[in-house]
Design a protein around this ligand. Structure first.
Ligand code: SAM
Ligand code: SF4
Length: 338
């Protein structure tokens, strides 16, 4: 049961396990121009109907309600967020929502050359670009798109703006794939100011091919790196999902996001809003809370805030990926918003 104190409008979002929620990820579209093997099937993905997708004004309203409840950090993702028409205009609307002081985007980089300046002008202050291989043929193999040169140009285009920092590169960590990428990414991290982070493959792929052994763990990757370079741990920031290490000779940093082998649920401050207006309190949630329905039926901001508060209160203690009986959520990564 929640206490009467938690009913008051000014009380920040909190769950029953004592965690404060301040970070929101909004999926602005479930569509994508890539078909990464660990995310989407090669074909046959079913898209949400246009009318099911939240309008810019609806997203702006829900972000406003949540920022009124203490959310101050917003990441826009998808699907591919830049594939949504007029995405920079949406980013600019959201940057102006009172209380949002960190606006970031996760992208596959394809449209970044086109949109980098517009995103900066909109107020985006951090960008993560997903790049799983620095070899063109292997990038093609994993994303099913021959897009590496264009993505690298996009990465450079956004990094040319000093106000967008840090620029991070996310690489999937999959057994029998990522091993060959590790040293190339080390050289990349050592010769640029991008922070490369390896993200353990999670059971959210469209092909449902995930199995425990298909994860190349952060510890395994670190061992591969340490055979060549000395690493020193960097102090962990609160709620940071990545364990960051610096190269001991001072040439850059490398990070590990280990949701499978080292879950960070106890420190989780995140919630997610899907493109069709469902609130998800965990990446692996089986249950979602519909916000679009009440909003379109005329709910007031106060009523929406109560629905959100109740859902957050019931936030899952932890994901159960490593436990017997684990059930993957019906939605896969691109439909959740990673
Ligand atoms: N399309 C954008 C992109 O690729 O950056 C944003 C959406 S994508 C779903 C967000 C992140 O989730 C990407 O870094 C991607 O590599 C990661 N991702 C997708 N499927 C994953 C999975 N099954 N396990 C771990 N990470 C995954
Ligand atoms: Fe698209 Fe991103 Fe999923 Fe790749 S990871 S298919 S780029 S949504």
């Amino acid at each position: 049961m929640r206490s009467s104190l938690q009913e008051t409008a000014a009380e920040p979002l909190r769950d029953a396990h004592g965690r404060s929620i301040t970070d929101l990820r909004v999926s602005v579209t479930d569509r994508c121009n890539f078909r990464c093997q660990y995310c989407m099937p090669a074909e046959g993905m079913e898209w949400l109907e246009r009318s099911a997708i939240l309008s810019f004004e609806e997203i702006e309203r829900l972000v406003g309600v949540m920022s009124g409840l203490g959310v101050d950090s917003l990441r826009l993702t998808g699907g591919e967020p830049l594939a949504r028409r007029e995405f920079p205009r949406l980013a600019s609307m959201l940057a102006k929502v009172p209380g949002i002081d960190d606006l970031s985007v996760t992208t596959n980089g394809w449209f970044l050359e086109r949109d980098a300046r517009a995103l900066v002008d909109a107020g985006v202050n951090r960008v993560n670009v997903s790049i799983d291989s620095l070899a063109r043929d292997r990038f093609f193999q994993i994303t099913r798109r021959d897009a590496l040169p264009k993505v690298l140009r996009g990465l450079e285009a956004i990094a040319a703006f000093p106000q967008v920092r840090p620029v991070k590169v996310n690489a999937i960590a999959m057994r029998d794939y990522t091993e060959q990428e590790v040293l190339r990414f080390c050289d990349f991290a050592r010769s640029t100011d991008y922070q490369v982070r390896f993200i353990e493959f999670m059971p959210l792929d469209g092909d449902r091919n995930w199995e425990p052994d298909s994860v190349l763990t952060g510890a395994e990757i670190r061992a591969l790196i340490e055979a060549r370079f000395a690493l020193e741990a960097v102090a962990r920031e609160p709620h940071a999902t990545a364990r960051v290490y610096r190269f001991a000779d001072g040439a850059g940093e490398i990070g590990f996001i280990n949701p499978v082998s080292e879950p960070f649920c106890a420190d989780c401050n995140r919630i997610r809003l899907t493109a069709d207006g469902r609130l998800r309190t965990c990446l692996f949630s089986i249950h979602e809370t519909d916000l679009r329905g009440p909003m379109r039926a005329g709910a007031s901001d106060g009523e929406l805030a109560e629905v959100i508060r109740d859902a957050v209160w019931r936030k899952e203690l932890k994901h159960r990926v490593n436990e017997p009986g684990f059930r993957a959520p019906p939605r896969t990564m691109s439909a959740i918003g990673g």
